[in-house]
Design a protein around this ligand. Structure first.
Ligand code: LUZ
Ligand code: MOS
Length: 774
């Protein structure tokens, strides 16, 4: 009881202290970024004699390897050695969830771009040249590129999973309206600016250090150890920062690090392996395309009484993270709505594409697109607006999700109503209507997009983190956690926590690289949870140190511990400044031989999930929000421009307002890109056609909305969020789904015969076809 009380007091003090920092803090990395001084893997000062590696990959999507002739490549001057599966001393296996993915192909190839060998040479140029000299003979086998084809052939990754609540079949019988249909959402290329890569260097006694561009240093360490057949303690993985991850480096940074380490293992020399853009696009997996079917049942007053969906996930040629991503699709299948009768099933379909992988939202966006499509379909058939159906079904406090969690601290209606009021929706809608009455060559469309995203790794055991905090004897501080900085600003947030607890300036704090020898057995930086998990561990470690420092101060000043607090680098007694400074206090603590280092472990409380029943309480909390998207479609050309996206977002109590706004804006642009312009194309042979930035278009400054307005909803935040500042990385991506439906509404305004199709992305070609569909 007493402990709780003092924690609460501490919390409110932190709140007060942090106000100005919350508002003014800049991303720490902005200084080195704008000066071009930030370090990435390729910037590592390579040792003298470092070799460079290039991956030789499959030129066919499916087949038996009949013969490979490496002789010409091996004979090329400057080629050191070519490694294949035969050179793997441990297990030729990199699958994380399911062991179904070899590092190098052995007898068969399963996707175009599947690694077969690693060419190691004096320079990347030579290695590339050697790659062109390898002859390979593949006996081709039938290629599956879509989930539907895979389902028809019974080609699956694992068993399907289903969530259910109530009795949807029975409920559908009593519905005034029942609609069904199909949807498709395409994949998405991560397009991190820093491509995949790793640098491995030999230490003594066969130990290897790897600098990797990974979101999951422990995954790299574990997989390297397994492939090399050595203990994990022989492998050290270090990450300074990533030039973007977006999920693409949660699992798929691993193979390149393993290959570099394998070459180092054999050659006892440093090896650098950096994929160029073409190789990266061809060899790595993307967001999963989904082909889905739905059935939605509504009452006369537009309540969704029943919802059924089957999600066919195009998983690619190996499991990778597909089972976990499939699971999150089910968790988010009803978005921010309460539906009393739900049956949802997801099937991970094995195809001959590169294994698809984590991408911001992690299957959630794919699930949410389907229910939004179902609502749009129902609205169009009934003759109401989607907004009316959305509004009639928003989640309320104590509603049950299909997976059994009771919704708490729900902000669905709050953000929705705030959006309606703040942005004067009546005026907006009238504007659109007037415009459409007076214009024929251009039409406007408007759409609402509410979001609800669960925060925690859905796999409960992954929700933990540790922090190692050193106070050096001059009063400066160094912090190590598992958090990987990838542009999201997590290092800045962790630094803020320490600055607030110790009340010292941020200049006195350094966030160390993410390194497996300092913080071990870590979960990846993913699931929007990095700041929560690592931040809470940091908070615990700093608080423990603070208690210790207070004891020392109280002994030194002969006052009670309770009367002491630290403020602006001085010790205060009963809120009066003393002469004892932070630096002197640290020095005194050292002299008393009291530890100035603390290691704390945080594991999210309250969460649990029973996979045998598919019920539980998997999420620490949910993040809510509502976006209103307005678009103008050029009805001659089919092109479109977003006039505005107006958002009311549930930040909780944002601890870093600039950083969090950046996350919302970036995620929105990325979500709009997925829904509108980013079109991944494979041909029937499984070759990636959109294999360059000339054929794959992501949003640029000209295609983002002309106006983005983000208003925080007034809430108290959530105790399980770090300093009540809610996770912000992934949720806002799903605001982008509104873009699809806004365009669709503009098409309908032009062409009343338009038969709604739910086939994303909504490219200008599709818009044109819709505009002129008879
Ligand atoms: N990664 C993961 C994630 O392993 N589990 C998750 O639940 C998750 N959610 C979002 C993004 N990455
Ligand atoms: Mo992720 S999609 O690596 O949070």
């Amino acid at each position: 009881m007493h402990k709780n009380k003092s924690n609460n007091e501490l919390d409110s003090k932190l709140d007060a202290v942090s106000m100005s920092l919350r508002q003014s803090i800049k991303n720490l990395d902005s200084y080195t970024h704008v000066r071009g001084e930030s370090l990435y893997v390729d910037d590592v000062n390579a040792r003298q004699g470092t070799f460079h590696a290039v991956v030789f990959d499959s030129p066919k999507a499916h087949g038996k390897i009949k013969h490979i002739d490496y002789s010409k490549a091996e004979a090329l001057e400057g080629v050191e050695r070519i490694f294949t599966y035969k050179d793997v001393p441990g297990e030729n296996e990199i699958g994380g969830i399911i062991k179904d993915e070899p590092l190098f192909a052995e007898k068969e190839v399963h996707f175009w771009g599947m690694p077969i060998a690693l060419i190691v040479a004096e320079s990347e140029f030579i290695a590339r040249k050697a790659r062109g000299l390898i002859d390979i003979d593949i006996e081709e086998l039938p290629v599956i590129t879509t989930a539907k084809q895979a389902k028809a052939k019974g080609s699956f990754i694992n068993a399907p999973r289903s969530f259910s609540l109530g009795d949807s079949e029975k409920a559908l019988e009593d519905c005034a309206y029942v609609f069904e249909g199909e949807t498709f959402s395409n994949g998405q290329e991560h397009l991190y600016i820093e491509s995949q890569g790793a640098y491995a260097e030999p230490l003594e006694n066969g130990n290897i250090k790897i600098t990797s561009s990974t979101q999951g240093p422990t995954a790299v360490q574990k997989t390297v150890a397994n492939v090399l057949g050595v203990a994990m303690h022989k492998i050290e993985v270090d990450v300074t920062r990533l030039g973007g991850g977006f999920g693409g480096k949660e699992d798929q940074a691993t193979p390149w690090a393993v290959m570099a380490a394998l070459a180092t293992y054999h050659l006892n020399q440093s090896v650098k392996l950096i994929l160029n853009r073409h190789d990266d696009l061809r060899m790595t997996g993307k967001r999963h395309p989904y082909e889905s079917t739905y059935k939605i049942g509504l009452s006369k007053d537009l309540k969704i009484l029943a919802y059924e969906a089957e999600f066919l996930q195009n998983s690619g040629a190996a499991a990778d993270l597909s089972p976990a991503i499939a699971e999150r699709t089910l968790f988010h299948a009803t978005n921010s709505y309460f539906v009393p009768n739900v049956t949802t099933t997801v099937i991970s379909c094995k195809t001959n594409l590169p294994p698809n992988t984590a991408f911001r939202g992690f299957g959630g966006p794919q699930g949410m697109f389907v229910i939004e499509s179902a609502i749009a379909k129902a609205a169009s058939e009934i003759g109401v607006t989607s907004r009316q159906i959305q509004e009639a079904n928003l989640l309320d406090e104590n509603d049950t999700f299909s997976y059994g969690q009771i919704a708490k601290k729900v902000e669905a209606k709050n953000t929705w109503n705030s959006a309606k009021n703040t942005f004067n929706i009546e005026a907006l809608e009238n504007e659109v209507e007037d415009f459409n009455k007076n214009n024929n060559a251009f039409k406007k469309g408007i759409a609402f997009m509410p979001i609800c995203f669960g925060i925690s790794f859905t796999n409960t055991p992954m929700n933990h983190a540790r922090a190692l905090v050193h106070i050096y004897l001059d009063g400066s501080v160094g912090i190590s956690t598992a958090a990987v900085e990838m542009g999201q600003g997590v290092n800045t947030k962790i630094m803020q926590i320490a600055a607030q607890v110790f009340s010292i300036p941020i200049e006195k704090i350094k966030i160390e690289t993410t390194n497996t020898t300092r913080v071990a057995n870590t979960s990846p930086s993913a699931a929007s949870s990095t700041a929560d998990l690592n931040g809470k561990a940091t908070l615990m470690a700093c608080n423990s140190l603070l208690e210790r420092l207070k004891t020392v101060a109280s002994e030194d000043l002969h006052v009670s511990e309770d009367s002491i607090n630290l403020k602006d680098e001085f010790v205060y007694v009963n809120n009066k400044k003393t002469g004892l400074s932070w630096t002197e206090l640290i020095s005194k603590t050292m002299l008393k031989r009291v530890a100035l280092t603390e290691n704390a472990h945080y594991a999210t409380p309250e969460i649990h999930f029973d996979k045998t029943k598919e019920k539980g309480h998997p999420f620490a909390y949910h993040v809510f929000g509502t976006a209103i998207t307005t678009v103008t479609v050029d009805c001659t050309r089919g092109i479109y421009e977003f006039d505005s996206v107006k958002i009311v977002h549930d930040y909780g109590k944002s601890m870093s307002e600039g950083i969090d706004l950046g996350q919302v804006e970036g995620a929105l642009a990325q979500g709009i890109g997925w829904m509108t312009m980013e079109e991944i194309a494979y041909n029937d042979e499984g070759r990636l056609l959109s294999n360059a930035l000339s054929t794959y278009k992501i949003p640029d400054i000209f295609s983002v909305p002309k106006e983005v307005e983000v208003i925080p909803v007034e809430t108290q935040g959530h105790e399980l969020a770090i300093l009540k500042s809610k996770a912000v990385g992934e949720p806002p991506l799903m605001y982008g789904i509104g873009a699809y439906f806004a365009i669709q509404n503009a098409i309908k305004a032009f062409n009343p015969n338009y038969d709604l199709k739910f086939h994303a992305p909504m490219t200008p070609e599709k818009v044109l076809m819709g505009l002129y569909q008879k």
